[in-house]
Every structure is written in structure tokens, then in C-alpha cells.
Write a protein of this length. Sequence first.
Length: 306
Amino acid sequence: MEKILVTGGAGFIGSHVCDLLIHQEKQVVIADNMSSGKHEHVNNMELFEVDITDAEKLEELFRLHDDIDGVIHLAAQSKAPTSIKAPQYDANININGTINVLELTRKYGIKHFLYASSAAVYGDQQTLPITEDAPVEPLSPYGVSKYAGEAYVKAYSRMYDLNAHVLRFANVYGPRQSADTEAGVITIFIEQLLNGEQPVIYGDGKQTRDFIYVKDVAWAVVTCLCGQQTAAVYNVSSGEETSITDLLHDMCALLDKPYRPQYGEIRPGDIEKSYLDNSKITKDFLWQPVTTLRDGLRDTIRHANA
Ligand SMILES: NC(=O)c1ccc[n+]([C@@H]2O[C@H](COP(=O)([O-])OP(=O)(O)OC[C@H]3O[C@@H](n4cnc5c(N)ncnc54)[C@H](O)[C@@H]3O)[C@@H](O)[C@H]2O)c1
């Protein structure tokens, strides 16, 4: 596979995926509307500014690049709180936008497709760690729209012999993650601690998450794009459960700051406990996370200080 289209390639995860593809000497074309993507993430890469909900303009890209070998679809409205405030907006991008990308993939005869889904599709599960065959019980419109995207990907794979995979990411963190109010908790804590502010824990801090370093995620994405199995779903996770309290303790220690959180009301749509079993992707693709939380936090802090 030589030429890869990455939707959302200027975003947090997408830009790391593009870096890895370039490192592997692939040709990369990015489709991004730059709503949260950043030009400095993708310097010197081919960027086509387009909204994936605009099928006509998106087709210009496919016409211009009629030799694309694979599509990595990461462009999304990626924030659960936004989806609660604006569910139609979320669905339009995550469902209709995904259909547009799939339709053009089919129309232009592209054979490989990779879809970024989320642990948000699982909601709160009783049995941990969560395996791929756990019931799907999203707690936000975002979880619903990501799952709808999965269903379209699977249907297209069956109908058109598309070699497609679905990856359900746990909580991804690392350099370039935006520090806006809905971003990943690690980026928000780093910014608050570096600014001398008291980090806010929503709830009692005993809620758990599975934090996976962005470069490990990029490696999983690129590895699975080349796979031969069709329409399989894989968790991409560290396989480890970390409470928000433990996370903040570790971060305060790394930054040499006192542990003094403020506590806020638990937010609607927040999951209580979550960590994902990653043995299926390890078995099928020999992928496994190589970055410990400590090392990933150090690297993220180093970049935030740079
Ligand atoms: N960050 C996480 O922890 C996490 C966890 C699970 C799943 N995911 C999924 O991974 C993917 C990437 O997430 P991210 O964290 O890098 O988010 P991000 O917001 O940094 O990246 C999304 C990118 O898509 C672009 N985009 C958004 N709407 C678009 C549209 N309508 N048309 C074209 N481009 C558009 C944005 O400009 C941005 O560059 C998403 O599909 C998200 O649902 C992320």
C-alpha cells in the first residue's frame, strides 16, 4: 500500500498516524476541515481542506487522487459533552460524514479501510476488562454515533468486499492533544498543574480509565490497515485500569507539585469504570502497547513544556 488517505489527519491522533506513515515512506493525503486540526501538526504534508459532510467537495479529492490504496477514517466530532449539547451536529459528522467517506471509498474501488471507534460504545459494563463481544450500551450520543459508523463499515465490508477493520480506542493521551475543556483528562491536568491551578476531579476520583499512549495507537492503526481479516472489531488499549486519583498523584509527583485537587459534580455521560481487554488485537496482529503510563506521561509533559 503506497498512498493512504487519512481523514482527520491534522488532529491529535491523526497527525501521529500521518507521521508514522511518512516514516514508513508512504504517500499521505489528509482530508480535514481544520475544526480542531492544526496546520503545524502536518507541515509539509498534502492537506485537502474539506468537511466530510460535503460529499461533492470530498469527491474532488478522490478524483484528484484516483490511486489511493487505503483510507484511515479518523475525522469525527470526538467529544461526548458536545454530542449531548448538539446530538444532531454530532450525528451529521459521525454518521453522515462516515457514509460519505465509505461511499467514495467504494466508488473509487479502494480496498482497505480503517475506522476509528471508541470505548464510548460500551458505556458502563459490569464485567471488566471489557472484551469486544460485550454488549454495546453507550451513555452519550457520541457513543451511539460512533457505533452507527461501525455498523456502516461492517455493512460496506460485507456488501462490497471491502477489507475493513474497526478499532475501539480507550482513552488516548499524548503530545498534541488539545487542552480545551472537553479534552482528555491528562492534557487538562498537565495544563492546570503547569499554570499553578488546582485540577478538578469530577466525582470522587475512584472512577477508572484505560490510558493508551497516542504513538501506540498510531502503530495499531497502521498495522491493522494492512490486515486481511474482514470487518473485525478490536480494542486498542493498555489493558490497565487507572483511577483518576492515582493518575493525578502520579502527575503531581512527576511535575513536583502538591496533590490538591478540587472536586466537581460528576458529568452526565461520564462512565464510572472502564478498561479494555486488548488480547484479540495482540493475537491477530501481534500489536501490543509498548509505552508505560509513566513514560507516556513524562513524554507528554516534556512536550507541554517545550
Ligand atoms: N482521543 C481519544 O481519546 C479517542 C478515544 C476514542 C476514539 N477516538 C476517535 O479517534 C478519532 C480521532 O480523535 P482525536 O482525539 O484525534 O480528535 P481530534 O478532534 O483531535 O481530531 C479529529 C480531526 O477531525 C477533523 N474533523 C472534525 N470534524 C470534521 C469534519 N466534519 N470534516 C473533516 N474533518 C473533520 C478535526 O479538524 C480534527 O483534525 C475520532 O474518530 C475519535 O472519535 C478518540
